[in-house]
Design a protein around this ligand. Sequence first.
Ligand SMILES: C[S@@+](CC[C@H](N)C(=O)[O-])C[C@H]1O[C@@H](n2cnc3c(N)ncnc32)[C@H](O)[C@@H]1O
Length: 425
Amino acid sequence: MEFNSHPATNRKETISEISNFSSKKVPILFRNSISEIPFTTYGTFAIYKYPAKFIPQVIAYVLKNYAKPGMTVFDPFAGYGTTGLVARVYGYNYELWDLNPIIEVIHKTATLKRSVIKIQNLIELLEELKKSKKEFIPNWSNLNYWFPKEFLPLLSKAWGFVHSLSEDTKYFLLIPLLNITRYFSWSDETVHKLYKSKYSRKKIENLLKGNWKMKFYRMLRDEVLKLFNKICEYEKLNPKSVNFKIKSGVDTLETHLEESVNILITSPPYLQAQEYIRSTKLELFWLGYNEDYIKNLSKKEIPYRDVKEIEIYSPKYHEFREKIKENHLRILFEKYFKAILGVFSNLGEKVENYMCIFVGPAKIRATPIPIDDIIVEHLQKFGWKHEITYIDKILSRVMFESNINPATGIKDSRIKTEHLVILRK
Ligand SMILES: C[S@@+](CC[C@H](N)C(=O)[O-])C[C@H]1O[C@@H](n2cnc3c(N)ncnc32)[C@H](O)[C@@H]1O
Protein backbone atom coordinates (compact mmCIF):
# COMPACT_ATOMS: atom_id res chain seq x y z
CA MET A 1 0.00 0.00 0.00
CA GLU A 2 1.42 3.34 -0.89
CA PHE A 3 0.58 6.46 0.97
CA ASN A 4 2.83 9.43 0.67
CA SER A 5 2.77 12.57 2.65
CA HIS A 6 2.35 16.00 1.14
CA PRO A 7 5.12 16.92 -1.34
CA ALA A 8 7.65 19.51 -0.42
CA THR A 9 6.38 22.91 -1.38
CA ASN A 10 8.67 25.88 -1.58
CA ARG A 11 7.51 29.33 -0.55
CA LYS A 12 6.32 30.30 -4.06
CA GLU A 13 4.29 27.14 -4.51
CA THR A 14 2.77 27.52 -1.07
CA ILE A 15 1.57 31.03 -1.81
CA SER A 16 0.06 30.12 -5.19
CA GLU A 17 -1.60 27.06 -3.69
CA ILE A 18 -3.02 29.27 -0.97
CA SER A 19 -4.51 31.80 -3.35
CA ASN A 20 -6.02 29.01 -5.41
CA PHE A 21 -7.81 27.53 -2.46
CA SER A 22 -9.36 30.58 -0.92
CA SER A 23 -8.56 33.98 0.48
CA LYS A 24 -8.91 32.61 4.00
CA LYS A 25 -5.58 30.78 3.97
CA VAL A 26 -2.72 32.48 5.74
CA PRO A 27 0.90 31.31 6.07
CA ILE A 28 2.35 31.27 9.56
CA LEU A 29 5.33 29.88 11.46
CA PHE A 30 3.79 28.80 14.74
CA ARG A 31 7.13 27.89 16.30
CA ASN A 32 8.24 31.54 16.19
CA SER A 33 4.91 33.02 17.22
CA ILE A 34 5.04 32.69 21.02
CA SER A 35 7.95 34.42 22.73
CA GLU A 36 7.29 32.96 26.19
CA ILE A 37 7.74 29.39 24.88
CA PRO A 38 11.25 29.74 23.47
CA PHE A 39 11.50 26.41 21.65
CA THR A 40 9.32 23.44 20.70
CA THR A 41 10.90 20.98 23.16
CA TYR A 42 10.80 23.41 26.11
CA GLY A 43 10.00 22.10 29.59
CA THR A 44 7.77 19.07 29.85
CA PHE A 45 6.44 19.55 26.31
CA ALA A 46 9.05 16.96 25.32
CA ILE A 47 9.73 14.29 27.91
CA TYR A 48 8.69 11.41 25.71
CA LYS A 49 8.72 10.95 21.93
CA TYR A 50 5.07 10.60 20.99
CA PRO A 51 4.36 10.32 17.24
CA ALA A 52 2.94 13.43 15.54
CA LYS A 53 2.97 15.45 18.73
CA PHE A 54 1.69 19.02 18.64
CA ILE A 55 4.25 21.73 19.11
CA PRO A 56 3.08 23.77 22.13
CA GLN A 57 3.09 27.00 20.14
CA VAL A 58 0.09 25.89 18.04
CA ILE A 59 -2.12 25.57 21.12
CA ALA A 60 -0.66 28.72 22.66
CA TYR A 61 -1.48 30.65 19.47
CA VAL A 62 -5.10 29.49 19.54
CA LEU A 63 -5.54 30.23 23.23
CA LYS A 64 -3.97 33.69 22.98
CA ASN A 65 -6.05 34.66 19.95
CA TYR A 66 -9.39 32.94 20.44
CA ALA A 67 -9.93 32.03 24.12
CA LYS A 68 -11.47 34.19 26.84
CA PRO A 69 -11.04 33.82 30.62
CA GLY A 70 -13.09 30.99 32.12
CA MET A 71 -13.23 28.96 28.91
CA THR A 72 -12.67 25.19 28.70
CA VAL A 73 -10.63 23.60 25.92
CA PHE A 74 -11.10 20.06 24.74
CA ASP A 75 -8.88 17.70 22.73
CA PRO A 76 -10.58 14.43 21.69
CA PHE A 77 -7.39 12.99 20.10
CA ALA A 78 -5.01 14.34 22.70
CA GLY A 79 -2.04 11.95 22.25
CA TYR A 80 0.74 13.34 24.43
CA GLY A 81 -1.69 15.80 26.00
CA THR A 82 0.08 18.97 24.83
CA THR A 83 -3.29 20.78 24.79
CA GLY A 84 -3.66 20.31 28.54
CA LEU A 85 -0.12 21.38 29.36
CA VAL A 86 -0.51 24.60 27.38
CA ALA A 87 -4.02 25.24 28.76
CA ARG A 88 -2.52 25.25 32.28
CA VAL A 89 0.02 27.88 31.29
CA TYR A 90 -2.71 30.28 30.15
CA GLY A 91 -5.14 29.34 32.93
CA TYR A 92 -7.86 27.47 31.01
CA ASN A 93 -9.75 24.38 32.15
CA TYR A 94 -9.34 21.38 29.88
CA GLU A 95 -10.57 17.93 28.93
CA LEU A 96 -8.42 15.36 27.11
CA TRP A 97 -9.34 12.03 25.51
CA ASP A 98 -7.21 9.45 23.78
CA LEU A 99 -7.36 5.79 22.88
CA ASN A 100 -3.78 5.44 24.02
CA PRO A 101 -3.60 5.03 27.81
CA ILE A 102 -0.05 6.35 27.86
CA ILE A 103 -1.56 9.85 27.96
CA GLU A 104 -2.27 9.32 31.65
CA VAL A 105 1.39 8.60 32.48
CA ILE A 106 2.70 11.45 30.34
CA HIS A 107 0.24 13.91 31.83
CA LYS A 108 0.95 12.95 35.44
CA THR A 109 4.68 13.22 34.80
CA ALA A 110 4.57 16.45 32.82
CA THR A 111 2.59 18.20 35.56
CA LEU A 112 4.70 17.04 38.51
CA LYS A 113 5.67 19.72 41.02
CA ARG A 114 9.35 20.16 41.72
CA SER A 115 8.60 20.92 45.36
CA VAL A 116 7.41 17.33 45.96
CA ILE A 117 10.92 15.90 45.99
CA LYS A 118 14.55 16.99 46.32
CA ILE A 119 17.22 15.91 43.86
CA GLN A 120 19.02 14.18 46.74
CA ASN A 121 15.92 12.04 47.40
CA LEU A 122 15.78 11.06 43.74
CA ILE A 123 19.41 9.94 43.83
CA GLU A 124 18.66 7.88 46.97
CA LEU A 125 15.64 6.30 45.23
CA LEU A 126 17.90 5.23 42.37
CA GLU A 127 20.30 3.63 44.86
CA GLU A 128 17.37 1.73 46.39
CA LEU A 129 16.29 0.63 42.90
CA LYS A 130 19.72 -0.97 42.35
CA LYS A 131 19.37 -3.08 45.49
CA SER A 132 15.69 -3.92 45.16
CA LYS A 133 14.62 -7.55 44.90
CA LYS A 134 11.11 -6.90 43.57
CA GLU A 135 10.42 -8.20 40.08
CA PHE A 136 8.08 -7.38 37.21
CA ILE A 137 7.87 -9.09 33.83
CA PRO A 138 5.37 -7.91 31.20
CA ASN A 139 2.63 -10.22 30.06
CA TRP A 140 3.87 -10.20 26.43
CA SER A 141 4.39 -13.22 24.19
CA ASN A 142 6.99 -11.35 22.11
CA LEU A 143 9.12 -10.19 25.02
CA ASN A 144 12.11 -12.33 24.04
CA TYR A 145 11.96 -11.09 20.48
CA TRP A 146 12.36 -7.49 21.61
CA PHE A 147 14.79 -7.93 24.53
CA PRO A 148 18.13 -9.69 24.80
CA LYS A 149 17.77 -12.31 27.55
CA GLU A 150 20.83 -10.89 29.35
CA PHE A 151 18.99 -7.64 30.10
CA LEU A 152 15.71 -9.07 31.37
CA PRO A 153 16.71 -9.67 35.03
CA LEU A 154 17.97 -6.08 35.29
CA LEU A 155 14.86 -4.63 33.65
CA SER A 156 12.61 -6.83 35.73
CA LYS A 157 14.16 -5.57 38.98
CA ALA A 158 14.02 -1.92 37.92
CA TRP A 159 10.37 -2.21 36.89
CA GLY A 160 9.47 -4.25 39.98
CA PHE A 161 10.81 -1.41 42.10
CA VAL A 162 9.15 1.42 40.16
CA HIS A 163 5.77 -0.33 40.08
CA SER A 164 5.95 -0.69 43.87
CA LEU A 165 6.44 3.05 44.50
CA SER A 166 3.71 5.37 45.73
CA GLU A 167 1.99 7.79 43.31
CA ASP A 168 4.02 10.67 44.80
CA THR A 169 7.39 9.38 43.68
CA LYS A 170 6.64 6.88 40.91
CA TYR A 171 6.19 9.44 38.16
CA PHE A 172 9.67 10.88 38.64
CA LEU A 173 11.02 7.51 37.50
CA LEU A 174 8.45 5.99 35.12
CA ILE A 175 9.15 7.92 31.91
CA PRO A 176 12.93 7.90 32.42
CA LEU A 177 12.73 4.12 32.85
CA LEU A 178 10.47 3.78 29.78
CA ASN A 179 13.00 5.69 27.70
CA ILE A 180 15.92 3.57 28.92
CA THR A 181 13.96 0.33 28.52
CA ARG A 182 13.43 1.20 24.88
CA TYR A 183 17.16 1.83 24.51
CA PHE A 184 17.96 -1.58 26.01
CA SER A 185 15.66 -3.34 23.52
CA TRP A 186 16.31 -4.56 20.00
CA SER A 187 14.10 -1.76 18.71
CA ASP A 188 15.47 1.34 17.07
CA GLU A 189 14.66 4.07 19.58
CA THR A 190 15.43 6.81 17.05
CA VAL A 191 12.21 6.04 15.15
CA HIS A 192 8.66 5.97 16.48
CA LYS A 193 7.78 2.65 14.95
CA LEU A 194 8.72 -0.52 16.84
CA TYR A 195 11.38 -1.66 14.46
CA LYS A 196 14.68 -3.61 14.46
CA SER A 197 17.22 -1.81 12.32
CA LYS A 198 20.86 -2.25 11.42
CA TYR A 199 21.63 0.49 13.91
CA SER A 200 19.68 -1.14 16.73
CA ARG A 201 21.34 -4.55 16.22
CA LYS A 202 24.72 -2.83 16.39
CA LYS A 203 23.62 -0.93 19.50
CA ILE A 204 22.84 -4.19 21.35
CA GLU A 205 26.04 -5.85 20.15
CA ASN A 206 28.04 -2.94 21.52
CA LEU A 207 26.13 -2.85 24.79
CA LEU A 208 26.77 -6.54 25.38
CA LYS A 209 30.50 -6.04 24.83
CA GLY A 210 30.78 -3.44 27.60
CA ASN A 211 29.60 -2.89 31.16
CA TRP A 212 25.94 -2.56 30.24
CA LYS A 213 24.71 -2.71 33.84
CA MET A 214 26.71 0.37 34.74
CA LYS A 215 25.57 2.07 31.55
CA PHE A 216 21.91 1.26 32.36
CA TYR A 217 22.07 2.88 35.80
CA ARG A 218 24.04 5.86 34.53
CA MET A 219 21.58 6.48 31.70
CA LEU A 220 18.63 6.12 34.06
CA ARG A 221 20.12 8.64 36.46
CA ASP A 222 20.75 11.10 33.60
CA GLU A 223 17.18 10.71 32.38
CA VAL A 224 15.78 11.29 35.86
CA LEU A 225 17.86 14.46 36.27
CA LYS A 226 16.88 15.63 32.78
CA LEU A 227 13.21 15.16 33.66
CA PHE A 228 13.69 17.09 36.90
CA ASN A 229 15.19 20.00 34.96
CA LYS A 230 12.32 19.93 32.48
CA ILE A 231 9.81 20.05 35.34
CA CYS A 232 11.62 23.15 36.67
CA GLU A 233 11.58 24.69 33.19
CA TYR A 234 7.82 24.13 32.79
CA GLU A 235 7.23 25.73 36.19
CA LYS A 236 8.90 28.88 34.89
CA LEU A 237 5.87 29.26 32.60
CA ASN A 238 3.81 29.62 35.78
CA PRO A 239 1.13 26.96 35.06
CA LYS A 240 -2.12 27.73 36.90
CA SER A 241 -4.20 25.36 38.93
CA VAL A 242 -7.23 24.69 36.73
CA ASN A 243 -9.94 22.03 36.45
CA PHE A 244 -9.24 19.16 34.12
CA LYS A 245 -10.60 15.78 33.05
CA ILE A 246 -8.68 13.01 31.29
CA LYS A 247 -10.23 9.98 29.62
CA SER A 248 -7.56 7.52 28.58
CA GLY A 249 -8.11 4.28 26.68
CA VAL A 250 -11.37 5.68 25.24
CA ASP A 251 -12.64 5.46 21.70
CA THR A 252 -13.60 8.96 20.58
CA LEU A 253 -16.08 7.50 18.10
CA GLU A 254 -18.09 6.01 20.93
CA THR A 255 -17.73 8.62 23.64
CA HIS A 256 -19.94 11.62 24.35
CA LEU A 257 -19.14 14.92 25.95
CA GLU A 258 -20.92 15.10 29.29
CA GLU A 259 -20.58 18.88 29.59
CA SER A 260 -20.22 21.65 27.04
CA VAL A 261 -16.79 22.99 26.20
CA ASN A 262 -15.77 26.24 24.52
CA ILE A 263 -12.93 25.36 22.18
CA LEU A 264 -12.20 22.03 20.60
CA ILE A 265 -8.60 21.88 19.49
CA THR A 266 -7.10 18.72 18.12
CA SER A 267 -5.03 16.98 15.53
CA PRO A 268 -6.87 13.85 14.39
CA PRO A 269 -5.01 10.67 13.34
CA TYR A 270 -3.32 10.87 9.97
CA LEU A 271 -4.95 9.40 6.87
CA GLN A 272 -2.05 7.01 6.35
CA ALA A 273 -1.21 6.00 9.89
CA GLN A 274 -2.07 3.31 12.34
CA GLU A 275 1.06 3.94 14.28
CA TYR A 276 0.03 5.15 17.69
CA ILE A 277 -0.72 1.97 19.61
CA ARG A 278 1.79 -0.11 17.67
CA SER A 279 4.54 2.39 18.20
CA THR A 280 3.96 2.58 21.97
CA LYS A 281 3.30 -1.12 22.44
CA LEU A 282 6.62 -1.88 24.13
CA GLU A 283 5.98 0.88 26.67
CA LEU A 284 2.38 -0.23 27.29
CA PHE A 285 3.51 -3.78 28.11
CA TRP A 286 6.07 -2.59 30.66
CA LEU A 287 3.48 -0.26 32.16
CA GLY A 288 1.49 -3.42 32.90
CA TYR A 289 -1.18 -3.55 30.16
CA ASN A 290 -1.84 -7.01 28.79
CA GLU A 291 -1.83 -8.38 25.27
CA ASP A 292 -5.62 -8.58 24.77
CA TYR A 293 -6.16 -5.06 25.97
CA ILE A 294 -3.47 -3.68 23.65
CA LYS A 295 -4.78 -5.68 20.66
CA ASN A 296 -8.24 -4.32 21.30
CA LEU A 297 -7.00 -0.76 21.34
CA SER A 298 -5.24 -1.30 18.01
CA LYS A 299 -8.50 -2.45 16.46
CA LYS A 300 -10.15 0.85 17.31
CA GLU A 301 -7.60 3.04 15.63
CA ILE A 302 -8.67 5.34 12.81
CA PRO A 303 -8.64 4.81 9.80
CA TYR A 304 -8.59 0.99 9.67
CA ARG A 305 -11.55 0.30 11.92
CA ASP A 306 -15.13 -0.04 10.76
CA VAL A 307 -17.23 3.10 11.05
CA LYS A 308 -20.88 4.09 10.96
CA GLU A 309 -22.27 5.25 7.63
CA ILE A 310 -22.78 8.99 7.49
CA GLU A 311 -23.65 11.38 4.72
CA ILE A 312 -20.71 13.55 3.73
CA TYR A 313 -21.59 17.07 2.63
CA SER A 314 -18.27 18.04 1.08
CA PRO A 315 -18.16 18.25 -2.75
CA LYS A 316 -14.37 17.92 -2.59
CA TYR A 317 -14.70 14.66 -0.68
CA HIS A 318 -16.76 13.19 -3.53
CA GLU A 319 -14.54 14.66 -6.22
CA PHE A 320 -11.40 13.13 -4.69
CA ARG A 321 -13.10 9.84 -3.87
CA GLU A 322 -13.89 9.44 -7.58
CA LYS A 323 -10.21 9.86 -8.44
CA ILE A 324 -9.14 6.85 -6.38
CA LYS A 325 -9.17 3.83 -8.62
CA GLU A 326 -8.01 1.11 -6.25
CA ASN A 327 -10.76 -0.34 -4.16
CA HIS A 328 -8.83 -0.83 -0.92
CA LEU A 329 -7.53 2.72 -1.01
CA ARG A 330 -11.01 4.08 -1.69
CA ILE A 331 -12.34 2.13 1.29
CA LEU A 332 -9.62 3.52 3.51
CA PHE A 333 -10.35 7.06 2.29
CA GLU A 334 -14.04 6.59 3.07
CA LYS A 335 -13.42 5.09 6.50
CA TYR A 336 -11.06 7.88 7.40
CA PHE A 337 -13.45 10.69 6.54
CA LYS A 338 -16.50 8.97 7.99
CA ALA A 339 -14.60 8.54 11.24
CA ILE A 340 -13.21 12.04 11.65
CA LEU A 341 -16.14 13.96 10.15
CA GLY A 342 -18.58 11.91 12.23
CA VAL A 343 -16.59 12.73 15.36
CA PHE A 344 -16.42 16.46 14.65
CA SER A 345 -20.08 16.88 13.69
CA ASN A 346 -21.23 14.94 16.79
CA LEU A 347 -18.88 16.48 19.32
CA GLY A 348 -19.41 19.90 17.74
CA GLU A 349 -22.93 19.99 19.17
CA LYS A 350 -21.41 20.53 22.60
CA VAL A 351 -18.71 22.95 21.50
CA GLU A 352 -19.83 26.51 22.11
CA ASN A 353 -17.30 28.74 20.36
CA TYR A 354 -14.53 27.35 18.15
CA MET A 355 -13.29 24.15 16.57
CA CYS A 356 -9.60 24.25 15.67
CA ILE A 357 -8.47 21.25 13.67
CA PHE A 358 -4.84 20.68 12.75
CA VAL A 359 -4.11 18.39 9.81
CA GLY A 360 -1.21 17.43 7.60
CA PRO A 361 -2.40 17.15 3.99
CA ALA A 362 -1.73 13.58 2.90
CA LYS A 363 -1.43 11.97 -0.50
CA ILE A 364 -3.12 8.88 -1.83
CA ARG A 365 -0.90 7.59 -4.62
CA ALA A 366 0.03 10.77 -6.46
CA THR A 367 -3.01 12.78 -5.40
CA PRO A 368 -2.81 15.26 -2.52
CA ILE A 369 -5.99 15.11 -0.44
CA PRO A 370 -7.25 18.50 0.83
CA ILE A 371 -8.30 17.19 4.25
CA ASP A 372 -8.69 20.71 5.64
CA ASP A 373 -11.05 21.85 2.86
CA ILE A 374 -13.12 18.68 3.19
CA ILE A 375 -13.50 19.29 6.94
CA VAL A 376 -14.58 22.90 6.34
CA GLU A 377 -17.09 22.01 3.63
CA HIS A 378 -18.67 19.24 5.69
CA LEU A 379 -18.91 21.17 8.95
CA GLN A 380 -20.44 24.24 7.28
CA LYS A 381 -23.52 22.09 6.83
CA PHE A 382 -23.69 21.83 10.64
CA GLY A 383 -23.66 25.60 11.12
CA TRP A 384 -19.91 26.10 11.52
CA LYS A 385 -18.37 29.14 9.82
CA HIS A 386 -14.91 29.07 8.33
CA GLU A 387 -12.90 31.74 10.11
CA ILE A 388 -9.42 31.09 8.69
CA THR A 389 -6.91 28.34 7.83
CA TYR A 390 -3.32 28.84 8.98
CA ILE A 391 -0.65 27.09 6.95
CA ASP A 392 2.46 26.14 8.89
CA LYS A 393 5.73 24.82 7.53
CA ILE A 394 7.02 21.78 9.36
CA LEU A 395 10.65 21.90 10.35
CA SER A 396 11.11 19.01 12.73
CA ARG A 397 7.72 17.42 13.29
CA VAL A 398 8.56 14.25 11.40
CA MET A 399 6.09 11.43 11.33
CA PHE A 400 7.95 8.70 9.51
CA GLU A 401 11.69 8.82 9.56
CA SER A 402 12.37 6.41 6.71
CA ASN A 403 13.34 8.13 3.49
CA ILE A 404 12.65 5.27 1.17
CA ASN A 405 9.13 3.92 0.98
CA PRO A 406 9.63 0.16 1.39
CA ALA A 407 6.58 -0.60 -0.77
CA THR A 408 7.79 1.33 -3.79
CA GLY A 409 11.52 1.83 -3.30
CA ILE A 410 10.84 5.50 -4.06
CA LYS A 411 11.99 8.35 -1.85
CA ASP A 412 9.10 9.45 0.33
CA SER A 413 8.06 13.04 0.04
CA ARG A 414 7.39 14.13 3.57
CA ILE A 415 4.63 16.27 4.94
CA LYS A 416 5.99 19.78 4.63
CA THR A 417 3.01 21.92 5.58
CA GLU A 418 0.32 21.48 8.17
CA HIS A 419 -2.99 23.29 8.20
CA LEU A 420 -4.86 24.64 11.19
CA VAL A 421 -8.52 25.15 10.36
CA ILE A 422 -10.45 27.53 12.60
CA LEU A 423 -14.24 27.21 12.58
CA ARG A 424 -16.59 29.48 14.51
CA LYS A 425 -20.08 28.65 15.69
C1 LIG B 1 -2.10 13.08 15.57
S1 LIG B 1 -2.23 12.21 17.07
C2 LIG B 1 -2.53 13.46 18.25
C3 LIG B 1 -1.27 14.02 18.81
C4 LIG B 1 -1.51 15.15 19.81
N1 LIG B 1 -1.98 16.34 19.15
C5 LIG B 1 -0.25 15.43 20.63
O1 LIG B 1 0.07 16.59 20.88
O2 LIG B 1 0.42 14.47 21.00
C6 LIG B 1 -3.77 11.41 16.93
C7 LIG B 1 -4.21 10.63 18.17
O3 LIG B 1 -5.45 9.99 17.87
C8 LIG B 1 -5.53 8.83 18.69
N2 LIG B 1 -6.58 7.96 18.17
C9 LIG B 1 -6.61 7.19 17.05
N3 LIG B 1 -7.79 6.56 16.93
C10 LIG B 1 -8.55 6.93 18.01
C11 LIG B 1 -9.86 6.61 18.49
N4 LIG B 1 -10.65 5.78 17.81
N5 LIG B 1 -10.28 7.17 19.64
C12 LIG B 1 -9.47 8.01 20.35
N6 LIG B 1 -8.23 8.35 19.96
C13 LIG B 1 -7.77 7.82 18.81
C14 LIG B 1 -4.13 8.25 18.63
O4 LIG B 1 -3.88 7.43 19.75
C15 LIG B 1 -3.27 9.52 18.61
O5 LIG B 1 -2.79 9.82 19.89
